[in-house]
Structure formats: C-alpha cells, structure tokens
Design a protein around this ligand. Structure first.
Ligand SMILES: Nc1ncnc2c1ncn2[C@@H]1O[C@H](COP(=O)(O)OP(=O)(O)O)[C@@H](O)[C@H]1O
Ligand SMILES: [Mg+2]
Length: 240
C-alpha cells in the first residue's frame, strides 16, 4: 500500500493534509451539529468515486436516501451523483444501531459486534477502498461503559485497518470543547483528527476547520475558515 494518499478532492484540504489522507489510515472528523461533517465526508467519497475508486458511505444516524438528498441540495453542481451511485462506485447504505440497543448490559458488546460485522459486510461486498461511517456517536451510546467502548473502538479500528480501507468516522462534539479536545481519550485511538467549528453570532456564523493530528505526517496547524458552496467545500488556507 506504500505511503500513497487518498485525496479528499476538496480545495485547500489536501494541501492542509500534506497531500491527502494517508492510505489505510482511520481518521475522525469531529464537530458540532450543523458544522458540515456529513456533507464534507460525502464530498470526499464523491471525488474518489469520480476518480474510479469504490467508496461506501455508511449512514448510522440518517436514512441513506436522506443523506443523498441533502448532498444533492447542498451541491447542485455535482450532477453525476446518481450515475456514481448506479455504477456502485458510490455506495450509500445504512444501519440502524438504535434498533439494536437492548436494555441488558450483557448484550451491549454483542449488539456493537453485530453493527461492526454489518459495516465490514458492506465494505467487503462493495470492495470499497474509502469508507465513511457517519457517525460513531450512536455507537458510543450503545456502549455506556467507558472501558468496553474503548476496547470496542480499538477492535473496530484494527478491523478496518486489516481490511485495507481508508476510513473517515464522524463524531459529534459540542464546539465549546475546543480547548479540551486534544485530551479526549477516544481520539488517541485514531490516526488522525480533523475538527470543524462554528463560531460567531447567529447572523454571521463563521465556519473553521483544524487538523489536530495526522499520524506521521506534516500537516497544517492553522485554524482555516471554510464555506459550503454549490460546488463543494472551499477551505481558505495559506498552503498550496
Ligand atoms: N443547500 C445547502 N446549501 C448550503 N449550505 C447548506 C445546504 N444544506 C446544508 N447546508 C449547510 O450544511 C450544514 C449541515 O451540514 P451537515 O453535514 O449535515 O452537518 P453535520 O453532519 O456536521 O451536522 C448546515 O449547517 C448548513 O450550513
Ligand atoms: Mg451529520
């Protein structure tokens, strides 16, 4: 697999990442509600699918067709989304983990295991190389015990790595956690962490993105503003 990178295809972001996401790395995109986690991860798969790379978007919190509908609305200039879906380069599937949460604590890990094996099934069937899991926050709710959650996440990450896929997992955080974020334990498990923030007043909200870590890579340390435009995300950065 070498040291090649998966390009995000997003203006400004690949430069910030030092060329892209290192191949077979597992990274987290964390941010508050409405920051654009679902849309940016969908856009990354869109560009990869367009380049002929099989991708899978696993929607755990919304219906798969809602994700596609929202992406089409946000990015009207991506007119070939349906073509990529029909040619199975962009595979959007879903799983409803909420339906698997059972009251007994013994079954917590069992249920989580089921969700994980279904995720692996989707990846294998489609031979996906770039995968989004949106989001892991519900998986966290399935495993209220911190130690079990941590162990399960480590297992998930090593399974994904064994499958040889590059994965983006989204995670819900409240934006005021910025100062504490770097010490949030679960993020140590993953190879990279990108955070998205909304700041400012309601009438002039400012979006900004930061690469908190990317294992073994030179990357931008800047907090970079971004816009969501009809032709995708645009990140304003000094890197070229
Ligand atoms: N049609 C649209 N045009 C422009 N921006 C949009 C559109 N639809 C959604 N957005 C922006 O995207 C944000 C939601 O993105 P989303 O990826 O669903 O957020 P998250 O997954 O982080 O909760 C909204 O806050 C809004 O600013
Ligand atoms: Mg979302």
């Amino acid at each position: 697999m070498g040291d090649d990178r998966v390009k995000t295809g997003i203006t400004g972001l690949d430069a910030m990442l030092g060329g892209g996401i290192p191949s077979t790395d597992q990274i987290i995109i964390a941010g508050g509600p409405g920051a654009g986690k679902t849309l940016i991860s969908f856009e990354i798969l869109y560009h990869n699918a367009k380049a002929g790379i099989p991708t899978a978007f696993i929607a755990l919190e919304e219906q798969p067709n809602t994700v596609v509908k929202n992406a089409k609305q946000a990015f009207p200039e991506f007119t070939d989304i349906d073509d990529l879906i029909n040619s199975k380069l962009l595979f959007v599937d879903g799983e409803d983990p909420a339906s698997k949460i059972t009251p007994s604590s013994d079954s917590q890990t069992y249920s989580f295991g089921n969700v994980v094996s279904e995720i692996e099934g989707i990846i294998k069937v489609n031979n996906a190389k770039v995968v989004v899991i949106d989001s892991i926050s519900l998986l966290k709710l399935m495993l209220p015990d911190k130690l079990i959650y941590r162990k399960s996440m480590i297992a998930l990450v090593s399974n994904l790595r064994r499958l040889g896929v590059t994965t983006i997992l989204t995670s819900e955080i409240s934006s005021y956690e910025r100062s504490r974020l770097k010490f949030n334990e679960e993020f140590f498990i993953f190879d990279g962490l990108v955070t998205m923030y909304q700041t400012g007043e309601e009438d002039k909200r400012v979006f900004a993105l930061e690469i908190v870590k990317l294992r073994g890579s030179a990357h931008s340390k800047a907090l970079s503003p971004y816009d969501i435009t009809s032709q995708g995300f645009r990140i304003f950065t000094l890197e070229q």
